[in-house]
Design a protein around this ligand. Structure first.
Ligand code: NAD
Length: 412
């Protein structure tokens, strides 16, 4: 609770640093990243006060079974650059609340707020050695955590490729693993969708945080009858997104994380064209103040006309590119939406309640939002299916993961 209070009283400075490190608008860091980091600590600090163990009286045997939860020991936590403080604290808070010690490594691209947090831990009076934050690159510092025999579990959020490496490297000790990995999230928009709500939310779900959110929409399936109308509305709304200096209040999209990442994302714009896609918007010139001209900015891109099998429709781009394609009916779109290696999240838009539930239940993803996006309570499980990860974060998932459960049998 004290840590949460300290993050809160340093919110402005943390939001500015988060934006400077990552490129996101300061306003977004103030609205999302920092409040979520505060909430993570408050939630797990209070949740841990209300957990119970189970017990059973064995009738006729004269015995009682009960369970005990113990911390696993040293927890290795590794987090990515896109929501630096928010995702790091989503691991730190439950790991510490359940009584573990921690060795945590933030992304080498966005280390500043983790360093500031470490200072707040000292100020809060966390005993030294309880939370150790190490800074360094993945293959060196990250791999050392994964391979260290005294680290009992690894909680990792990042790319599927790194998740595969961590799985192999930790196998020697059968470590507990939680992997929150990449996504290629579909939005399914039926002809009875309320477009007044659907278009602005799909715009946000495609381009929030420069499209650098694992849960961002990147494949938009629109039922044929409203396809042209939806595409027109989405393209005109996309053109109005203000890309610019992160410190401006009017900025909606800031800069991408790095030159390499910008080049990778731009590479997908070229690839989309080679794959037969039509760039509907995003190639117009971008006017930036002189001081930002060398920055890694790009306009949000809408692509149409791609086939489901194209690389742009199959691979995670993790930038401001979203692809729009038509579909005919429910059965067909469920199959097409599921036809990728990822299974993180999806959105479904329809005013038909039965259809919304029918479709949501058949999508192979960890979270389905219907007629909304990104609304999530920490009480419910969060995580991916297929190549999007293993394990679940959130109240029960995180407490189960960061504790070992023992069963004790007492003969009366
Ligand atoms: P990344 O895999 O490159 O790096 C993530 C973290 O792992 C960094 O701290 C990095 O230093 C470390 N790392 C890299 N190689 C390592 C190794 N061999 N051993 C140990 N640690 C290593 O990912 P990124 O580029 O920082 O983040 C973007 C990715 O994260 C995207 O794929 C995105 O979808 C995913 N992501 C997933 C979620 C989710 O909840 N599922 C949330 C945010 C981001």
């Amino acid at each position: 609770m004290k840590i949460a209070d300290l993050i809160e009283s340093n919110s402005d400075e943390l939001a500015r640093s988060e934006s400077k490190d990552q490129g996101k608008p300061i306003s977004l860091a103030k609205r999302v990243d920092i409040p979520r980091a505060i909430h993570n600590f408050r939630f797990f600090a209070s949740a841990i006060l209300h957990t119970t163990n189970t017990s059973t009286i064995l009738d006729g045997v004269g015995a009682v079974n009960y369970t005990q939860r113990i911390p696993v020991g040293v927890a290795g936590l590794i987090s990515p650059w896109n929501l630096p403080l928010y995702l790091l604290t989503f691991k730190l808070a439950p790991a510490l609340a359940t009584g573990n010690t921690v060795v945590a490594k933030p992304s080498e691209m966005t280390s500043v707020t983790a360093w500031m947090l470490a200072k707040l831990f000292n100020e809060a009076g966390l005993p030294s050695g309880v939370c150790n934050i190490v800074f360094g690159t993945g293959p060196k510092a990250g791999s050392s955590i994964v391979c260290h025999p005294d680290v009992s579990l690894v909680s990792f959020t990042g790319s599927t490729l790194t998740g595969e490496i961590i799985t192999k490297e930790s196998a020697f000790a059968c470590k507990k693993l939680s992997l929150e990995l990449g996504g290629k999230n579909p939005a399914i928009i039926f002809e009875d969708a309320d477009l007044d709500k659907c278009v602005p939310t799909t715009l946000r779900s495609s381009f929030a945080n420069q499209g650098e959110v694992c849960l961002c929409t990147s494949r938009i399936y629109v039922q044929e009858k409203i396809y042209d109308k939806f595409l027109d509305l989405l393209v005109s709304a996309t053109k109005k997104i203000i890309v610019g200096p992160p410190e401006n209040d009017s900025t909606v999209m800031g800069a991408l994380i790095s030159k390499e990442h910008l080049e990778k994302v731009r590479g997908y714009v070229e690839l989309a064209q080679k794959e037969g896609g039509k760039i509907e918007c995003g190639e117009e010139p971008l006017f930036l103040p002189d001081k930002n001209k060398q920055g890694y900015f790009m306009r949000p891109i809408v692509v149409s006309n791609l086939s489901d099998g194209s690389r742009c429709m199959q691979e995670e781009i993790f930038g401001p590119i979203t692809c729009v394609v038509p579909f005919k009916n429910e059965e067909e779109v469920i199959e097409r939406a599921n036809n990728v290696k990822y299974g993180l999240s999806a959105t479904v838009w329809s005013e038909n309640l039965s259809r919304v539930h029918r479709v949501a239940q058949r999508l192979d993803v960890g979270t389905v939002w219907t007629n909304c996006w990104l609304i999530r309570d920490l009480n419910v499980p969060f995580g991916g299916m297929k190549s999007s990860g293993i394990g679940r974060e959130g109240l029960h998932g995180s407490i189960d993961f960061f504790t070992e459960q023992k069963t004790i049998c007492v003969k009366l």
